[in-house]
Design a binder for this molecule. Structure first.
Ligand SMILES: Cc1ncc(COP(=O)(O)O)c(C=O)c1O
Length: 494
């Protein structure tokens, strides 16, 4: 018991050391556990030896430093020495001499909330006026990290521009990763997240591949929930509308050499959003991109890192110039069956084929070339539960899609993503301006969308029109807005 407290206090002294002794100010040097740290500080303040200097007072005890077992090099603590200056300090030092000081992690208990004095007026829920990602709420979450000392205390502050050194790594080498998740308001005005654990896991994997710091996923999620609570009035209470949540981690270390991250910042901003494609379940066209490669074997196409998105802006522009909403990336490898179908700019992609005697819903596999979408996984699970079609995660060559379209076996195509939910696709425009047209039955989709909560989960009646897209959308929305209870929908306590 005593050991645990001492260990905690020591973990905080590590922050204290960085906060009070460093010449370089932290981006966010606030530490709510400073009080706790001060206890140790008064015991050991004269004993904290920042640079192992050979000051003549620095005699005696030195803190044994060992990297935490199983940690990466980034997590190792490089603590300074402690010297005993009295019996109490000596006693404490001996008590915890075998304990390894750890860099501090993100902790919800440390969260500080500073509310803005200037709250903006909330927007009206107009699907056309509420352009995706164009409007931000009043507050943001932020926390900074430094090699050796770990994360500072998280804080919720008024949204404000950030100060970065012009040599900050993110500005030169794109060390940035992010997430896209949403908060929904249910019919009882309660706030809900949808499978947020998957977003935390993916953020952690994305960060790791850029040497951005690891973090406690549960604690970060609690801080995000608090931010959403602070901004609860910004969460629209209407189906199709939600509060988009954008957690981001950037490398802030001012260093022009190419090296692993030594300083970072994590922040979360929020944006009230309407439907991604304002027409709702109105179908879109995709441009078949065969020249620009979004992801390749051995790359980071399955991570949500900024570097995956910047090169897609030009194809996105070309797609819209040709009347398409997004590009569909098809990797060319010279195979006679056509290129390998990946995903679109911000959606995973699904194809429904009529096969001999059955239907097959196909989406590309998680082979490193596509983002492991939260919505993709949800749709796969729901479709498998239907039990009346084959559901496959398998490699898909473009030739198979063309053949199926020619022979009338391509029944539906749709994209999935947090931003758009389920998005029907009615056309695939190729570079030679030929187009593959895909059927979309808007009446059948409307039939399924109009179902009461939970009804779309039941087996369809024999006289019901067929729209996989419409049925899946209804079920997904029912879960996201808490109309049908599921472990996927995570309520945020009031
Ligand atoms: C490239 C890409 N693929 C797929 C998706 C869909 O992922 P999710 O369902 O987790 O939002 C996104 C959305 O962020 C994306 O950017």
């Amino acid at each position: 018991m005593l050991h645990r407290s001492a260990r905690k206090l020591l973990a905080r002294t590590h922050v204290l050391q960085c906060t009070f002794w460093s010449h370089e100010p932290l981006l966010n040097p606030v530490d709510s556990s400073a009080a706790a740290a001060r206890v140790v500080s008064t015991l050991t303040s004269k004993t904290l030896d920042r640079d192992h200097s050979s000051n003549s007072d620095n005699v005696g005890y030195h803190w044994p430093i060992t990297p935490r077992k199983g940690t990466s090099w980034r997590q190792q603590s490089y603590s300074t020495g402690f010297q005993k200056v009295g019996a109490l300090q000596q006693g404490m030092a001996e008590m915890v001499s075998h304990v390894i000081p750890m860099p501090s992690d993100i902790r919800y208990a440390d969260l500080i909330v500073k509310r803005s004095d200037h709250l903006q007026a909330k927007p009206s829920l107009d699907p056309l006026g509420l352009k995706f990602g164009a409007l931000y709420t009043d507050h943001m979450l932020q926390v900074s990290w430094k090699e050796g000392s770990g994360w500072t205390a998280p804080s919720i502050d008024p949204v404000a521009p950030m100060t970065l050194h012009p040599c900050a790594q993110v500005l030169h080498y794109g060390s940035c990763c992010f997430e896209g998740m949403k908060a929904y308001k249910d019919k009882d005005q309660h706030l809900r997240l949808f499978r947020p654990d998957m977003n935390m896991d993916r953020l952690s994997r994305s960060a790791a591949c850029l040497t951005l710091p690891e973090f406690d996923k549960v604690e970060l999620l609690e801080c995000i929930k608090e931010l959403v609570r602070v901004e609860r009035d910004w969460v629209p209470a209407k189906e199709g509308f939600s509060l988009y949540i954008r957690p981001t981690i950037i490398g802030t270390h001012p260093f022009l050499g190419l090296s692993p991250t030594r300083e970072a910042m994590l922040f979360v901003v929020l944006s009230p959003v309407g439907p991604y494609f304002p027409g709702g379940l109105n179908p879109i066209k995709l441009f078949v991109e065969t020249e620009v490669v979004r992801a390749y074997p051995g790359g980071v196409g399955d991570k949500k890192v900024g570097g995956n998105y910047a090169p897609t802006m030009l194809p996105q522009l070309r797609s819209t110039q040709r009347g398409c909403s997004q590009a569909l990336y098809v990797l060319q490898d010279g195979h006679p069956g056509g290129g390998i179908v990946g995903e679109s700019g911000a959606m995973n992609i699904f194809f429904l084929f009529q096969q001999e005697g059955t239907m097959e819903l196909v989406t590309p596999p998680l082979n490193g070339l596509i983002l492991p979408g939260v919505t993709r996984d949800t749709i796969l699970t729901i479709a498998r539960d239907f039990g009346n079609m084959k559901v496959s995660e398998r490699q898909l060559r473009f030739g198979e899609i063309e053949d199926a379209a020619k022979t009338g076996r391509l029944l539906e195509v749709f994209g999935t993503g947090t931003a758009c939910a389920v998005q029907p696709v009615t056309g695939l425009l190729k570079n030679d301006n030929t187009e593959i047209t895909i059927p979309f039955d808007s009446e059948a989709a409307a039939h399924w969308l109009a179902k009461l909560p939970g009804m779309a989960l039941a087996q369809p009646g024999t006289d019901e029109p067929f729209s996989l897209c419409g049925r899946l959308t209804r079920i997904l929305l029912d879960y996201q807005y808490g109309k049908v209870e599921s472990p996927w929908s995570v309520p945020i306590d009031p």
